[in-house]
Ligand binder design. Structure first.
Ligand SMILES: Nc1ncnc2c1ncn2[C@@H]1O[C@H](COP(=O)(O)OP(=O)(O)O)[C@@H](O)[C@H]1O
Ligand SMILES: [Mg+2]
Length: 463
């Protein structure tokens, strides 16, 4: 029980670490300098200096890896870069620190309970850095000799001669080893390692003694020294997995393939308990350490009171990640209750939060963000058009104006232009309504729509 091999993890990693592109694909970090001051425009980030700096301070704390169970709330109006800042933090953390991003409403699905969904999100955000000692054979290939069986059928057999500067040994080869040696085109003069447990072969490069063959090898060839000492070595490998990955890999009903499809279903609590105690054991033996990662819950006001009390309790655990939440709500009802609370978050949870607030952008910042988005989407735009689009951004919303980039570009391409001009912007501005014009339109034509409640309830905010 509770096993993880480096190889399995690698396979899983490659598939599950798909990053969402789209609205925030231009964000490459927080754009801070060494003193954690926000650079005016850097790593795709513009303005919002105080919030970015605050996020940077939190990052430092996370990177030290010593503090867990803290929670941060990013609060501010729609389109002030709350999600963008969280994505910037994710980018800055690097791939060894787990970062999970969910929207509050994702918790409510039919496939699993709210608490299961939250538990999975938490466990995806906690890394376990595992140290393993493996035995390897490392040496320079002197000769590979493969014998076909005399009858023409049956398994191939062969011999592999490896050497270090001090010794030389001949190994018998089985069918599988022969196949992987052939597949990797291993030949005399290569320096290779063989993992004794898995049989995995890794080519490190060509031996320097073969440097004369350079012309035949091409410029990509990497030359390495012939290893010294014994052929057999012990080597320490370190890899980081999340608790959720360990859960799934060890969950008998699912197997690690579930991680590929995302179809992990509910995980039995016994499995989690076993894994927790195994990890605790590994920690005591010095084989593993916990890497608290980040769980980001966007639109956190969508959670209800039960979810909030789950969060409160989960943060107390000694294996808790850093929780970052974002909301654009002011004083509003906590879902599942009759009570109002700032940001729709219960007071007892609010009390443990550090709050970062974001503020609306100035014209020149909007312009800069739009410019970056044009570059990101490979759209050429004339200065005048950008100025008009900036005005639209100021008067409607940043997000609406970002949307117009793609559509205006399409329109300009249709008229075979290479640049988006003012007229293209005007065109799409009249084609697609922004929120306030749409509301205006609805007010004017209420009778023609079903379910009209204007005047009774507030209009929906965009988030
Ligand atoms: N400071 C910023 N620098 C660069 N792009 C930004 C910045 N703030 C917002 N954006 C971009 O503007 C759009 C709206 O911002 P978003 O982060 O979704 O706002 P919020 O989450 O606060 O509602 C997104 O495409 C986002 O990437
Ligand atoms: Mg957002």
């Amino acid at each position: 029980m509770a096993s993880v091999t480096a190889e399995k993890v690698q396979e899983v990693r490659e598939v599950t670490r798909i990053e969402r592109i789209g609205a925030h694909s231009h964000i490459r970090g927080l754009g801070l300098d060494d003193a954690l001051e926000a650079r005016a425009v850097s790593q795709g980030m513009v303005g919002q200096a105080a919030a970015r700096r605050a996020a940077g301070v939190i990052l430092e704390v996370i990177k030290e890896g010593k503090i867990a169970g803290r929670a941060i709330l990013i609060a501010g109006q729609p389109g002030t870069g709350k999600t963008a800042i969280a994505m910037g933090m994710a980018q800055a953390l690097g791939s060894d620190t787990p970062f999970t991003s969910i929207a509050g409403s994702e918790i409510f699905s039919l496939e699993m309970s709210k608490t299961e969904a939250l538990t999975q999100a938490f466990r995806k955000s906690i890394g376990v850095r595992i140290k393993e000692e493996t035995e390897i054979i490392e040496g320079e290939v002197v000769e590979i000799q493969i014998d076909r069986p005399a009858t023409g059928t049956g398994a191939k057999v062969g011999k592999l001669t490896l050497k270090t500067t001090e010794m030389e040994t001949i190994y018998d080869l089985g069918q599988k080893m022969i196949e992987s040696l052939t597949k990797d085109k291993v030949q005399a003069g290569d320096i290779i390692t063989i993992d004794k447990a898995s049989g995995k072969i890794t080519k490190l490069g060509r031996s320097f003694t073969r440097a004369r063959d350079y012309d035949a090898m091409g410029p990509q060839t990497k030359f390495v020294q012939c290893p010294e000492g014994e052929l057999q070595k012990r080597k320490e490998v370190v890899h980081t997995v999340t608790l959720h990955e360990i859960d799934v890999i060890n969950s008998r009903t699912q197997g690690f393939l579930a991680l590929f499809s995302g179809d992990t279903g509910e995980i039995k609590s016994e499995v989690r308990e076993q894994i927790n105690s195994k990890v605790a054991e590994w920690r005591e033996e010095g084989k593993a350490e916990i890497v608290p990662g980040v769980l980001f819950i966007d639109e956190v006001h969508m959670l209800d009171i039960e979810c909030f009390s789950f969060l409160n309790r989960a943060l107390e655990s000694d294996m808790a990640p850093i929780l970052i939440m974002a909301t654009n709500r002011g004083i509003t009802k906590i879902r599942g209750t009759q009570y109002n609370s700032p940001h729709g978050v219960p007071i007892d949870l609010l009390d443990r939060l550090l709050i970062i607030s974001t503020s609306p952008y100035e014209e020149k910042e909007i312009k800069q963000i739009l410019k970056i988005r044009c570059e990101e989407e490979d759209v050429e735009m004339s200065d005048d058009a950008l100025t008009v689009l900036t005005r639209i951004g100021m008067e409607t919303s940043l997000r609406y104006s970002i949307q117009l980039i793609t559509t205006a570009n399409l329109v300009s391409r249709k008229r075979k232009a290479t640049e988006v001009e003012v007229d293209d912007i005007k065109r799409v501005y009249s084609l697609f309504l922004d929120e306030s014009r749409s509301t205006q339109f609805l007010k004017e034509c209420q009778e023609e729509f079903m379910f009209n409640e204007i005047g009774e309830s507030e209009t929906m905010e965009t988030s």
